[in-house]
Every structure is written in C-alpha cells, then in structure tokens.
Design a protein around this ligand. Structure first.
Ligand code: GCU
Length: 857
C-alpha cells in the first residue's frame, strides 16, 4: 500500500510537473503584458509558506495608484505563486504577515515609526522585505506603486531574499512622447515613425471611445517609473484643443491616473490664429497671451493634474516665435506663464534647424549640427524656471552613432532633458534587432568636462551639475495597437531599458536587459544568456552594416528612413551630409578648417575632437574629412574599414538566427515564430545593407576591396543573366540597391514572367536564396523550381507583416531575401522562377544565390 501511495503521489507530482512544462510551453503569448506577465515560477507551491497572506493597501479610492498597487500585488502573487491574497485598506485586525503599501504620510498616520524610513525624494520609495512581512512606503502615491512593481519584479525573477533599501529617481522628469496623429492617413499611418500599428489613442480626428489599451500602456509605463506621457504628435494639430478632444483627453488622463502617469499635451504654435480666429499668434501680443491663458485654464478644468506642454516650434515647417522675430525663449515663456499657476511645465524642443537653405556645395562651413547651440546657447538664462529644453541626444537626429549634443554643456541656467528614441526610426524600425541600452549608456555617461569639472550628461539633465530643480528624460516610444506594442517582442527591451535608465542612469545596460529577459521570457539560463548575447551584440552589428566611423545611418533620409541609400544624404538642404566624393569623405567640423562645430564643446572635449589623432575612430568621419586611404588607429584604411565592417556586421546578423533557433521549445510558439521571422528577415536585409553601401563606395572611390568580396559574388546568378520570358530588365535607382544595378520586372502588370537558368555549380546541397523586392503596391507571387520540383512559393505581403515604412519603389527599403535551406541541386539542373505581378508590383527579382551551407552572400 505504502509503495502504491508513494507511486501515486510521485505520479501526481510528475503529472503536475509535466502539466507545468506543457502549459509553460504552449500557452500562447501575444506580448500584451510585456514584462508584466507574472508567469508561474517552477514549483511555486513550495514558496507558499514564505509568502505574506494579506495585502494592505492604504487607500481605497479606485483612481489611486495605491489601490492599483494592491490589485497588482494580488495579480502578481496569483500568477507567480498561484496564491490568492486578500486585499484590505486598513490595518486593524490584520496579521503581520502582510504586504503593506502606502505613502509615507499614511504610514506615519498608522502610528508606525516613519523614522525607520530614510529620506525619500518625490516619487521615491522604501522597500523592506523581511520574510512574510513586507513594507512598501512611497514618498507619494506613485512612489508606492513603483515600490510594489519593484517587489513584484523580484518575485517574478524568483528572488525572495530579505532586503531593505530606498530607491529615489535620478531625475524628476521621466516622460514618454508618442508621435500620434489624431487623423489617420499620411505616409506613416496614424503614428508618425510608429511601427506597431495605428494609434491606441486617436482615430478619425478624435480620441478613441475604447481606451483599454491606454490603461494597459499606463501599467507598463508605471512599472518602469515613467511619470508622464504626451500622446499627440510634436507635429501638433490645433484640433486637439476642440471641446470634443479635450473631453477625450480627460478620459485618457482618467485611464492613466491610477498608474500615476500624468498626461501632457503637444501644442501647435499658431493655434490662436488658426483655431482661435485671432489675426496673429505673436507670443508677445496681449490677445495671444490671453488666449493661451484662457485655453490653459480650460484644459486644467478638464485635467487638473495635467503634466505640462510639449512644443516643437520653428522646426521642419512648424510655426513658432521666430515667425514674428521673437526669440525661442519668448515663445517658450508664453506657455510657461500660462501654465505656471497650475503647476505645469513646458518641454520646449531644441530640435530647431533650417532645412530649406543649407547649401552644401557653396558653403563648406554650413552645418545643421551647429543649429541647437546657435539657436539656444545665447538664450541661456532667458527661460522661465518651469521651462525645460528637450534636447535630442545627438546634434542631428537619432543616428546610430553621434557625439553627445554640445547643447547640454551650454545651458547652465536652463533646465534640460534628453530626448531618446525608443521607436527605431533610423535604427531598423523594429525589423532589425537593435538593443539601445549600450548606445544610451554611452551618451549618458559621457563627461562633457564643463569648466574642467566632471560633467556627465546624466548629471546635467538630472539638474545636479548646474543645480537645477527640473530636468530629466523624454523617450519617443510610438507604440501602436499591435499586441506586441512596438511590432516586435525583442524591441520591448528598449522601452524597459529607457524607464530603468531614466530612473537610474548608473544601472548597467546588460543587467537591465537580463532583468527584462527573465521577466519576458522566463528564468531558463540558456534563454537569458542567448537573448542577452544577441541583444548586446546588436547595436554594434547594426552600426557596422548601416554606417560606421561616425558617418551616420546611411539610410534613405528622403524616404522612409529605413533601407540603405547612401547617396540620399548629400546635395539636399536637410544637412545630414557625408560630403563623400571620389577621393575623400566626412564632415570637417573642426574650428581651424571646418564648420566650427567642435568648438561648441567645452575646451577639453573641443581639443579632443579638433584633431584627427585624438578623435575616436567611431566618430572620425563625423568630425573630419579625410581621404578614403587615410589610416585609422587600427591601421586599416577608411575604405577597407568600411568594407570589412559591413561584412562583419552582416555576418553577425546571420548568427542571430541560429542563436534564436537554439531556444526552440524553450519559448512559447507564438513569440518564438514571430521573432524568428523577423530575425531571418534581418539576416537577409543586412546583406542588402552590406552590398548597397559597399557597392556605393566601391563605385565612388574606385578602390577595390583588398579581400576581393565587393562586386564579386561567386555564388550568385543575376536575374538579368537568366533566360527571360514575360520578364524584362530594370535599371534600379539607387543603382547600388540591386546586385549589378539591375533587376527584372514583369513586362506587364497582368501577365506572369519566367526566368530560367541552369546551375553552373558543382552538384550538392545548397541554401537557395532569392533576393527580390516587395513593394507596398501589390502582393505579387513567386514560385521557385529546381527542374520541375517546386521548392517554394511566397507572396509580397511584407507591407502587412513587418511594420516598417514600406516603399512603392524598387530600392533598398523593398529589397529582401527568402532562403530555402538545404536544397539538392545538381550541376546543370534547371532553376526557374515564376513571378505573378499584382497591382502595381511587377514581381521583381534581383538575383539568386546557391550557398554552400554556412555561407551568406
Ligand atoms: C525626425 C523625424 C520626424 C520628426 C522629427 C522631430 O526628423 O523624422 O518625423 O517629426 O524628427 O523630432 O520633430
């Protein structure tokens, strides 16, 4: 009997273990909960006796973050341990084995000794975990919620260790910006530079009726310490001020309030005229001042805790104070004074430059990078104390590598905030894995040496360096209705890292990533190590294949900001120039001979960037114009470094696929497949990048690759060299976005094309890759045959699947690859592609590659 009982109980254990594994693996996960999944810990039951039995949340108002904290803790315990805890809102008669969460005031009112709690700053918290007795005390309500999320993050990572500590935010401003348009339409749908679907906030010109996703977003943001969000685009529209939309914004604020996330608003500078019917929007005009005062009062009637305004003025076509010859500070102060009585602040963007008159050919000294300091430097001291100048991390625009904006070092009497971009506009639009933690860390840690004293960017924006009360962070996120939020599961590490770094810029980007991975994908060591490794390698890989040595992301800056097009940088007034010619490349930004930009830094840094010898190779072409044959510190020439880096970067991107595949079975199928699809795409597109950029500079410089790879692809068969019927040649522009500058397209939009050839290669097993173009204007179909065996068929539907800015052209945006692994092909076997056009998409093909296993070309 005893034996049978033991057998029965171990059978039961085994069954529950298997059930656990089974559930763990098959439970579909769509990403909606991000890192707040509260997934069950293995054998969670064994922890039950170590856990509190009650939750005491010292506020019973439903809109209070404390109330939210109670619910969140309850959900967390239930999910992680399968243990249901009761919530109450008072301590009377409650056992000591409880989680108590409340503000410092509420805690003291209980008669507890607040002397136990060290000093807390606004939004800070004290967390004390002593076995079954846990206390979470916030300086304010949201601080307490942050403490609850911190505790839950530990539990979800299997960490039950006792501890007592205080956590205060490094900076008061930890905002996110969404670039959501109220109206659908435009080239990028309703979220400008958003790659996760349409807006969760707006539709057809108004705030949406169903704001469920807004609350869910607020929850994610609160868990990483974000305290405000601006939902409407910086390229603002006055319609946001209509009565119906103010009513809608109030509903958005109501959704966010339980999470301690305040709402801010982007304003359109010319609203008094275009919306208010005045004949001016001059910031010094009495009527205009009155109009904004009244409007601000009205807004605060709807949203009494509105965080503040965000203003983009006199930039990229936006109106602003300079329209009336007023200074930017006069413009900013207009709003600052209107909002001051309500306790709000104004985030005034430093992204001001003239994109219409810069002339590259005529003016060696012209430089968009100079604009921020030129415009704002002399206004230091002119801004009211509730204005914060919001500065992009680099002087141009979210490039893969830029030096720190020198404006941070030039504003001593003005509060500043750094603007980071979570949405990967120039960095692969969430279709390329690029973990940005290390990039941001490089910027935040950078010591600007103001007055020869330590002046880390993080200490400037926190207000510590220049003794400012305000300052902090603004992150452009641009989530959409996609359940993954950003369009990609792995890209969410960037949102998580943003919040964590804004709270504590000293935290390591790798440690943050590991926390995120455990919370998002579970505690399995292999999973954590693999995702950490891939992600930590991804920024450098992307830099290597997209634009290195400080030349910027060589993407198509005139269209989509996505695929490669190095020629698009120059000879237009946008000022993202490389000044590449047949002998030399780079922007001379020196004081002695160039645009003078290096002189905008404090002397120690200026001296370093002024000379080629002391400029780090990573930024060489940002600061200097040198011959392609210039030797880097590595001993390589610039041009050879280009070739090698593009090969190295794209080779690294190939490794992400097998790394991810090694996790098959350890991650639920839904997220596994979704991510795999993107990594395979990235591997293919990284080759498009490599060949486009290398081909472009090969042609421009006339210098061959010492390793004989560029323009020499021995596994390739060009489509134009195949026997064609119903297909014709097409000269691709930009030329380097096609192998040999030529592709094939069907002769008409309605009849199919056939391209045939015979394999010139030795009989064997090959990965058969086809490079083709998937345009946004049709769903062509392709079929690939070897002899008469159909190897595969695919559709040009990536514009519905990938989420990046699509292209209507045959170019580096639409170029992509599909690979059929391990196909047996004998010498002289017939290889055939059949393309069926659709809409205006003429089933274009660039080349096929027969790759021996392990080769990528
Ligand atoms: C970039 C981006 C624009 C955006 C602008 C800004 O130029 O491409 O879409 O409006 O930055 O930050 O204001």
């Amino acid at each position: 009997m005893a034996g049978a009982a033991v057998f029965a109980s171990s059978f039961k254990m085994m069954l529950s273990f298997l059930l656990f594994i089974f559930l763990g693996l098959v439970a579909a996960e769509d990403g909606l909960d991000g890192w707040l999944r509260y997934a069950a810990l293995p054998q969670a039951n064994r922890y039950h006796h170590l856990l509190p039995s009650d939750i005491i949340a010292l506020n019973s108002t439903k809109s209070s973050p404390i109330y939210t904290a109670g619910i969140e803790l309850q959900d967390g315990f239930n999910g992680i341990f399968g243990k249901k805890l009761r919530i109450s809102h008072e301590t009377r008669g409650k056992p000591r084995s409880s989680v108590l969460v409340g503000t410092l005031d509420a805690y003291s009112n209980l008669g507890r000794d607040a002397g136990d709690v060290p000093e807390l700053e606004a939004d800070g918290f004290w967390l004390s975990i002593k076995g079954r007795n846990v206390q979470i005390v916030g300086q304010n309500e949201r601080g307490a919620l942050y403490g609850a999320f911190e505790y839950l993050s530990r539990l979800a990572q299997g960490d039950l260790k006792p501890t007592t500590f205080v956590s205060n935010p490094d900076a008061p401003i930890r905002w996110v910006n969404q670039w959501d348009n109220l109206q659908d339409g435009g080239t990028h749908g309703s979220v400008e530079r958003g790659y996760g679907g349409p807006s969760i906030f707006f539709k057809d010109g108004f705030v949406k009726d169903d704001l469920t996703r807004v609350g869910q977003y607020g929850r994610l943001l609160a868990s990483i310490g974000v305290n405000a969000i601006v939902a409407n685009n910086v390229n603002a529209n006055f319609t946001v001020l209509s009565d119906r939309n103010l009513e809608g914004l109030k509903r958005i604020a109501d959704e966010l309030r339980p999470y301690g996330v305040q709402l801010g608003m982007s304003l359109y500078f010319a609203s008094p005229q275009e919306f208010g019917g005045l004949d001016t929007f001059d910031p010094l005009d009495e009527q205009v001042i009155q109009w904004w005062d009244d409007m601000t009062d009205k807004i605060y009637e709807h949203i009494p805790d509105m965080a503040g305004y965000l203003v983009k003025a006199n930039s990229e076509g936006q109106p602003g104070p300079m329209t009336y010859n007023r200074t930017l500070s006069e413009g900013a102060n207009l709003f600052a004074r209107a909002i001051k009585p309500h306790g709000g602040i104004v985030m005034f963007r430093a992204f001001v430059y003239d994109h219409t008159t810069l002339n590259q050919t005529l003016d060696w000294k012209a430089d968009r990078a100079n604009a921020a300091v030129d415009y704002f430097g002399e206004l230091d001291g002119e801004f009211d104390d509730n204005v914060v100048v919001q500065i992009k991390y680099g002087p141009i625009d979210f490039q893969v590598r830029e030096p720190v904006s020198p404006l941070f070092a030039n504003l001593h009497k003005t509060s500043s905030a750094i603007e980071l971009q979570i949405t990967q506009e120039y960095l692969g639009q969430q279709c390329h894995l690029v973990y940005l933690g290390p990039l941001w860390k490089t910027i935040l840690d950078f010591d600007l040496r103001v007055d020869d004293k330590p002046s880390a960017v993080s200490d400037i924006i926190s207000g510590k360096r220049f003794d400012r009360k305000l300052g902090g962070y603004a992150g452009v996120v641009n989530v959409g209705t996609n359940t993954t939020w950003l369009g990609s599961h792995l890209a969410m590490s960037n949102l998580y890292a943003y919040g964590r770094m804004a709270w504590n810029p000293r935290a390591g980007s790798k440690e943050i990533l590991q926390d995120w991975t455990r919370l998002t994908f579970g505690l399995d060591r292999r999973v954590v190590d693999t995702i950490t490794k891939m992600s930590m390698e991804s920024w450098r890989a992307y830099e290597n294949y997209s634009g290195n040595l400080g030349i910027q992301t060589l993407t198509d800056i005139l269209y989509g900001h996505y695929g490669p097009n190095p020629g698009s940088q120059d000879h237009n007034p946008w000022g993202q120039w490389t000044r590449a010619d047949s002998d030399s490349i780079g922007m001379d930004r020196t004081v002695w001979n160039g645009t003078g930009f290096s002189g905008q830094y404090p002397p120690e840094i200026a001296a370093q960037y002024e000379k080629v010898e002391t400029t780090p190779d990573d930024l060489l072409l940002w600061f200097h114009h040198v011959p392609y044959t210039h030797r880097l510190k590595s001993g390589k020439t610039v041009i050879q470094h280009f070739y090698d880096a593009h090969y190295e970067g794209s080779a690294k991107a190939q490794t992400f696929v097998p790394q991810w595949e090694s996790l098959r079975g350890k991650i639920d199928k839904e997220r596994y497949e979704h991510t795999l699809h993107r990594l395979v795409y990235q591997a293919g597109h990284s080759l498009v990048w490599r060949d486009t950029v290398n081909g472009f500079y090969r042609k421009m410089s006339g210098i061959a690759d010492a390793k004989k790879r560029v323009w020499n692809h021995k596994y390739r068969i060009e489509a134009e060299s195949m026997k064609l019927s119903g297909y014709e040649l097409y000269a691709v522009d930009p030329h380097s976005t096609a192998s040999n500058a030529t592709a094939i397209v069907t002769c008409s939009n309605s009849t199919m094309g056939i391209a045939e050839t015979t394999s010139p290669f030795r009989s064997g097993t090959y990965d058969l890759a086809v490079n083709y173009y998937d345009l946004a204007i049709g769903r062509s179909q392709w079929e690939l045959f070897v002899n008469n065996r159909r190897i595969g068929t695919w559709e040009g539907d990536s514009e519905y699947v990938l989420g990046h800015a699509p292209s209507i052209y045959i170019d580096g945006i639409s170029a992509m690859r599909i690979t059929f692994p391990r196909v047996k092909v004998r010498k002289n076997d017939k290889i055939k592609i059949v393309g069926k056009p659709d809409g205006d998409e003429p089933a274009p093909v660039d080349y096929i590659s027969l790759l021996p296993p392990g080769k990528a070309d």
